[in-house]
Design a protein around this ligand. Sequence first.
Ligand code: NAD
Ligand code: GLY
Length: 372
Amino acid sequence: MSAYDTLTVELGDRSYDIHVGSDLLSQAGSLIKPVIRAKRVIIVTDENVAPLYLNSLEKSLESEGLTSESIILPAGEQTKSISHFEQLIDQILDLKIDRKCALIALGGGVIGDLTGYAAASVLRGIDFVQIPTTLLSQVDSSVGGKTGINTRHGKNLIGAFYQPRLVLADIDTLDSLPKREVLAGYAEVAKYGLINDLKFFEWLEETGIALCNGNKEHRRKAVLISCQSKAKIVAEDETEQGVRALLNLGHTFGHTLEAETGFNDTLLHGESVGLGICMAFDLSAHLGLCSKSDADRTRAHYAAVGLPTRPTDINGVSWDTDALLDHMQSDKKVENGKVTFILAKGIGGAFIARDINMDDARHIVDNAIKQD
Ligand code: NAD
Ligand code: GLY
């Protein structure tokens, strides 16, 4: 088997490859060199990832005659903020870059989203490459060009659609990822099965536990299938005018939970998506759109790998239905005052629902936060 697989996000003259496999960091220089315009790159990473992978990346770039400088940011969701964005832009400009320089995002979704937005903004747009190092970023955030930061009004409320020039998903980097982060990413992996690929979900039911425990072949296959699924949707609807919204399965409920806990380690983004997906299936079952057994099967699978499946599984939070519904109303997925939900006619049968009565959503939230 070759060291990596390649697929392409087809977007005309902005198309780019995603390489998925092992040992990609050591080949980064030769893979990146042909897709950027200058021999100078700025690597943006965080303080957890830098000691693990920055040196290999720098060496690989150097071996291809590329010079690099590095910016190391604090780790965590709080770094996706206006103040860190301002600091990052200043640090980049302090390096006296020109329009042909490229940024490389080395890290998880936080680094990828922030660096992508910096690349979209600085000098009105420079090239960037994604080297995602979390499962979540390999299967979701590094692909598709959504970049951005959070504000006190909510998540990802400032940003741009701005595609990378290349994505390198080196599954070896997942070896150092804490189990909780692996599981958070897994919530997004299973999402692709739940959206439109029953066969993939069935495969995950067989392999998910081993995958989360470190099985590399399963990880590689899951990252590849997830990226294929996302690439296809992004190619069809880059700026989310329609079908791309399906990728937001779980996000309407999930973002409200995340907003309530304050975008921090209490509840990781991937965990909130997993909880939100369980609630979206509960709402689908409540409305008679899918069977209760599909909702139970979804929750059972997430529980089997070790993910929380009810908000009450999160320690130390006292949830309040009104507060959660308030967050839901201020999400950017609200259109003409209507909250958009992604619901399901069954596993693999997700669809966009814009006319949901908020009393039904309230019923689901009420039930979900009730202590047994
Ligand atoms: P993250 O970037 O915060 O990374 C999680 C933690 O793992 C951090 O502490 C990080 O330092 C550490 N880490 C990263 N790689 C590591 C490695 N290989 N070994 C050890 N530790 C490592 O979180 P995430 O889950 O990757 O990304 C979440 C973010 O992604 C959220 O802000 C979310 O909004 C965003 N997101 C964006 C999109 C998109 O389409 N742009 C899609 C989904 C999620
Ligand atoms: N994560 C959702 C999207 O990229 O559209």
